[in-house]
Design a binder for this molecule. Structure first.
Ligand SMILES: Cc1ncc(C[n+]2csc(CCOP(=O)(O)OP(=O)(O)O)c2C)c(N)n1
Ligand SMILES: [Mg+2]
Length: 373
């Protein structure tokens, strides 16, 4: 059920979007990505409780339907073409997977393996791989809007042809929508008419701050018009609705219909992170929101898309995939300081400049020795 009543022309557009983006086959694929996201999050929590994870674990429980849909409609880069750009947030386990991140690379990062995309050097949730179109998260609170805008603007300035139009997507929470960084980024996105989609997950809480202390408008989607972009408000617990709304928004952005905002109403089903038991969330608020991973299979069974045995088989297959991925990487090596080429600066030239030596400052494999100011 949507939070906004829809006029007849919008209702017709929805029927069309359902056909294009929420076919039975797409709903099945979507369910699988949702399960993969939930399955990986649950496994990461178990590893965290076994003290095997470096850092904290933040999960996307309750947001899988929204997040999984994103990667399904983005084009992954293939050799010679850049592909779309996705800047996921801490709740986007499902979307990261559906956009092509492997279980192995997730596990590698959480376990601090040198074989992972961040080479065991960075916080687990800040992982990314720009060569695959996935930007490493700078912050959950608005910074990624500008990062995606910058990527798309750079492509425009380099003369990206319309026939090869790439799209950028990032996400924001209800709390993130109140930051200055988010406002600046969204304004650039609108003013520059970038082929970009902002997916807002209003999960009712910003850590322990509830909606009534985060914003005063009725629905965050009303901001879309103020910025000058198309916006749609959806029920983020309804998988089918997430599928067609996200698919449609990405297609419109790709089709030069300008920037898009999708605001999904849902509930964060766990604490802010594994360290937080969310005991401050009132039971009546929690009770208003179903779990998308319980609703979706039921609705798909009613619609004749799958039966219960099929749902059970999907869960077993997903859990097995995750176990096998973990087994494949669990004994991979951690970083070895003797083999690392750490410097305090990202550019060795800058290191030389700062150290005053004036020539190559990279000391090869000897860590920071001699280069640290
Ligand atoms: C400037 C800043 N302040 C505070 C934090 C800590 N922090 C990280 S996420 C978060 C809450 C974000 O809420 P919301 O945007 O609604 O996203 P959600 O966690 O609900 O997905 C806070 C307070 C931070 N990372 N940066
Ligand atoms: Mg929130």
């Amino acid at each position: 059920m949507s939070t906004h009543p829809r006029p007849i022309n919008e209702a017709l557009a929805i029927l069309e979007a359902k056909k294009r983006f929420a076919s039975p086959a797409q709903r099945l694929e979507h369910l699988r990505w949702m399960m993969r996201g939930r399955g990986l999050d649950d496994r990461l929590i178990a590893l965290y409780r076994s003290s095997l994870v470096h850092g904290n674990v933040f999960t996307g429980h309750g947001q899988e339907a929204l997040s999984a849909a994103i990667g399904m409609f983005l084009k992954r880069p293939i050799t010679g073409t850049p592909g779309d750009v996705f800047a996921p947030l801490i709740r986007d386990t499902a979307g990261r997977l559906s956009f092509g991140e492997s279980f192995e690379d997730s596990f590698r990062t959480y376990l601090g393996k040198r074989t992972g995309p961040m080479r065991g050097r960075d916080g687990n949730i800040h992982r990314g791989d720009p060569t695959r179109g996935q930007l490493p998260m700078i912050s959950h609170l608005g910074a990624m809007v500008a990062a995606v805008c910058g990527t798309l603007l750079a492509r425009r300035l380099r003369g990206e042809p319309k026939s090869a139009r790439t799209v950028g997507v990032t996400c924001l929470g209800d709390g993130g929508m109140a930051t200055g960084a988010a406002h600046e980024g969204i304004n650039v996105m609108a003013v520059e008419k970038l082929p970009m989609v902002l997916v807002v997950a209003n999960n009712q809480v910003s850590y322990s701050t509830f909606n009534d202390r985060s914003f005063a408008c009725k629905d965050l989607v009303s901001r879309a018009e103020a910025y000058g972009m198309r916006g749609i408000s959806i029920d983020g617990t309804d998988a089918e609705e997430c599928l067609w709304a996200v698919g449609d928004a990405i297609a419109r952005a790709r089709n030069d219909e300008g920037p898009q905002m999708v605001v999904a109403t849902l509930m964060r089903l766990q604490g802010h992170g594994t360290h937080d038991d969310a005991s401050y969330v009132p039971a009546d608020l929690r009770a208003r929101f179903p779990d998308c991973l319980e609703v979706a299979p039921k609705k798909m069974i009613t619609d004749g898309v799958i039966d219960q045995a099929g749902v059970d088989a999907l869960w077993s297959a997903v859990k097995e995939e995750i176990t096998q991925a973990y087994e494949r990487i669990r004994n991979e090596p951690a970083p070895d300081p003797n083999d690392e080429d750490w410097t305090a600066w990202s550019s060795t030239d800058l290191t030389a400049f700062r150290s005053g030596s004036g020539n190559s400052g990279n000391s090869g494999n000897s860590g920071n020795s001699g280069a640290t100011p």
